[in-house]
Design a protein around this ligand. Structure first.
Ligand SMILES: C[S@@+](CC[C@H](N)C(=O)[O-])C[C@H]1O[C@@H](n2cnc3c(N)ncnc32)[C@H](O)[C@@H]1O
Length: 416
């Protein structure tokens, strides 16, 4: 059931107009692999939303010091923007890779840690393809499979040697940042590429990436400390809390005991019938590898169904909608009637899946709120077109795939 909302705490028209403008932003979704201007570029997390959009929603619906929750955290966009704007972010994802990447993006890096990474880059510049790395995945593991070929073994070995060298970094933040630079460089080299780079090219790119990330991290650390200082926070409460839980298992009681009630839930769950490779890279454009988990040091071994709320074979999507409902039921335990819930959602078949999505939210205790100012379609909602996104979709009727997945809707809810 949806309702028109003109309540006193609705965001101002200007704030909503900013969301609409930001929803059209594609600069961060389509960024090139080599640009490093902000922590958002530390890893290309699939199906991430634009930081400009996240910031506009945060500013429209919250004020400094408020708590913001993202229960399907992904690459941590919400938490980065929450912290930079003086809010307190709580995020959770069932993927250990998402947790690693979000940690790497949200740390308040000190200059000293960044210098250590810069020095480490100097060590990498002289790293030879010699000796046997300790940090190599077992040949039979999903992490390894396609890295044991005549084209890829050198790169596997070099990455293993670089991972070994991280053991000498005693500073935790430096180690996370250096590991993330390796993760990012390996993603650019392996994921959806036609060939494998030479070791010289890879080494050069890793050194440049690590140095650029160290620079950005140092600046980010200063901005975060500045934003933290401007907001009141309880002692001992982290400004960015990152949990590794499925949304349906969120530790609601523990969160409620420590944190204020979130004023905003800003998130983007997996989409029904849309199977995004959050957890694998495609080497030579085809063969899947779990190498990101190996490099991030958080092995998983799960299939795609774990990260997309259901197996591809489940054409009924029952498992998806059941998981969605139970997730939002659990989320409803940590919010109250004043909390705004803003989601960006896409479908592979809008006419059947949008009503089921809204029904699952309704069953979980959330009513849709249609803000008169946030709409661009006759259905009273705000729809945006999705810039080129590398997901692939299984659908029963192929012809329906393109138009549906090319659009996303901004859904706004409150607890009933
Ligand atoms: C669309 S992505 C989120 C992207 C994020 N907004 C960003 O900007 O990076 C969806 C995330 O939901 C996670 N996920 C899938 N099922 C989940 C569940 N039941 N509980 C928590 N997270 C889940 C996936 O691992 C994935 O990281």
């Amino acid at each position: 059931m949806s309702t028109k909302d003109n309540s006193f705490d609705s965001p101002a028209a200007a704030a909503i107009a900013a969301i609409e403008r930001a929803a059209g932003d594609s600069s961060f979704v389509s960024l090139g692999g080599r640009r490093t201007r902000s922590v958002h570029e530390f890893y290309r997390y699939p199906a991430r939303f634009s930081p400009v959009f996240a910031r506009a929603v945060i500013e429209a619906f919250t004020k400094p010091g408020d708590v913001i929750l993202d229960p399907f955290l992904g690459g941590g966009t919400t938490l980065v923007e929450a912290r930079l704007s003086g809010r307190i972010g709580v995020g959770s994802d069932l993927s250990t890779l998402a947790v690693f990447v979000s940690h790497a993006k949200t740390r308040a890096y000190k200059a000293q840690s960044c210098e250590i990474v810069d020095d480490w880059a100097g060590h990498i510049a002289g790293l030879k393809l010699r000796g046997s790395p300790i940090s190599v995945p077992h040949i039979g593991s999903p992490e390894a499979r396609v890295l044991y070929t005549p084209e890829t073994w050198r790169l596997r070995k070099f990455i293993g040697l670089a991972l070994d060298s991280l053991q000498n970094l005693e500073d935790n933040d430096a180690s996370t940042l250096a590991r993330c630079s390796l993760l990012r460089t390996a993603q650019s080299a392996l994921d959806m590429r036609a060939g494998t780079p030479t070791i010289d090219d890879f080494r050069r790119q890793l050194v440049a990436t690590a140095r650029a990330m160290a620079n950005v991290a140092s600046d980010h650390g200063r901005r975060v400390r500045h934003a933290d200082a401007a907001t009141v926070g309880k002692r001992g409460i982290p400004r960015s809390l990152i949990l590794n839980h499925a949304a349906e298992d969120l530790p609601a009681a523990a969160l409620s005991a420590r944190y204020k009630v979130p004023r905003l839930v800003l998130t983007s769950p997996p989409y029904p019938g849309v199977y995004v490779m959050y957890h694998r890279w495609k080497v030579n454009g085809r063969k899947e590898t779990g190498a990101p988990f190996w490099i991030a040091n958080c092995l998983d071994g799960h299939g795609i169904g774990r990260y997309t709320m259901g197996a591809r074979a489940d054409k009924s999507r029952d498992r998806y909608f059941e998981t969605l409902r139970s997730s939002w039921e659990r989320i409803s335990e940590v919010v109250d009637e004043r909390t705004w819930v803003v989601q960006l959602v896409g479908f592979n078949h809008v006419p059947t899946q949008l009503p089921r999505y809204l029904q699952a939210m309704d069953q979980a205790g959330f009513r849709e709120v249609q803000l008169p100012t946030l709409q661009n379609q006759d259905d009273g909602r705000f729809w945006r077109s999705v810039p080129s996104r590398r997901w692939w979709v299984i659908t029963d009727a192929r012809s329906e795939c393109a138009p549906s997945t090319a659009r996303e809707v901004v859904l706004v809810h409150k607890r009933a």
